[in-house]
Design a protein around this ligand. Structure first.
Ligand SMILES: O=C(O)C(=O)C[C@H](O)[C@H](O)COP(=O)(O)O
Length: 208
C-alpha cells in the first residue's frame, strides 16, 4: 500500500480507537480483524498509544495500523518509529505536513473547509479526512464539494454512527468513514472484545 487513496479502500469503516490500557491493544485489533475490519486509526490521545501501535504492528500483521490525532511534527516521527503504517491528522499545518511527508508514510490529512482541501490537493494529497464531519456540514457538505473538487476522496469522521454511516458511504467522493463506535470505551474497560468483534462485523457489512 502506498497512497492515502489505497487506505480508503481497505474497509468501509476505519475504526478510531482510543487505548487506555496497552494490554487491550492486541485483543482489540484481533477482534476488529475477526469482524472483517482491516484497518485501525489508533489515536495518540493516551500515554500508551505509541506502545499500543508498536504491539499491534508486531503482533497483528493482518490489520493495517495507523496513528491518528497526529498534531505535531514530533508525533509524526514517533508514530513512524513505533511502526505505524500510515498517519491521520485532524487538521493540517505546514509543519505537520512536512513532517508527515518526511516519514514516507501514506497519510490522511484532515480538512474541514474547501480552502484547506484545495491547499492539500496542491501538495498532491487527494485522500483527505473530512473532520469534524457532522459539525462541518456532513453529507450535504460532501455532496456540495463533489462538483468543484472531483478529484478528492474523503474519509469523513466525527459524529458518525452506524445509523448515519450508509448515507455517507453512498456518496461517490467517500472512500470510507471513520468512527469510534466500534470500540466503545466501556467494552474495552470490561475486556469485552466479543462486543468489539460483533460491532466490527456489522460495520464491515456496510460496504457490501
Ligand atoms: O482524535 C482525532 O484525531 C480526531 O480527529 C477525532 C476522532 O477522529 C473523532 O473523535 C472520532 O469521532 P467520533 O466517531 O465522533 O468519536
Amino acid at each position: 500500500m502506498t497512497t492515502g487513496t489505497d487506505l480508503l479502500e481497505l474497509s468501509p469503516v476505519m475504526p478510531v480507537v482510543v487505548i487506555d490500557d496497552v494490554d487491550d491493544a492486541v485483543p482489540t485489533a484481533r477482534a476488529l480483524l475477526a469482524g472483517g475490519i482491516r484497518v485501525i486509526e489508533l489515536t495518540l490521545r493516551t500515554p500508551v498509544a505509541l506502545a499500543a501501535i508498536e504491539r499491534v504492528a508486531t503482533e497483528v500483521p493482518g490489520i493495517v495500523i495507523g496513528a491518528g490525532t497526529v498534531t505535531s511534527a514530533g508525533q509524526a516521527k514517533q508514530a513512524a518509529d513505533a511502526g505505524a503504517k500510515f498517519l491521520v491528522t485532524p487538521g493540517c499545518t505546514d509543519t505537520v505536513l512536512e513532517a508527515a511527508f518526511a516519514t514516507g508514510l501514506p497519510f490522511l490529512p484532515g480538512a474541514g473547509t474547501v480552502s484547506e482541501a484545495m491547499r492539500l490537493a496542491e501538495r498532491g494529497l487527494t485522500a483527505l479526512k473530512f473532520f469534524p464531519a457532522e459539525a462541518s456540514g456532513g453529507v450535504d457538505y460532501l455532496k456540495s464539494v463533489a462538483g468543484p473538487l472531483p478529484s478528492l476522496r474523503f474519509c469523513p469522521t466525527g459524529g458518525i454512527t452506524a445509523a448515519t454511516a450508509p448515507a455517507y458511504l453512498a456518496l461517490p467522493n467517500v472512500g470510507c468513514i471513520g468512527g469510534s463506535w466500534l470500540t466503545p470505551k466501556k467494552s474495552l474497560a470490561a475486556k469485552d472484545f466479543a462486543t468489539v468483534e460483533s460491532l466490527a462485523a456489522e460495520a464491515a457489512k456496510l460496504g457490501a
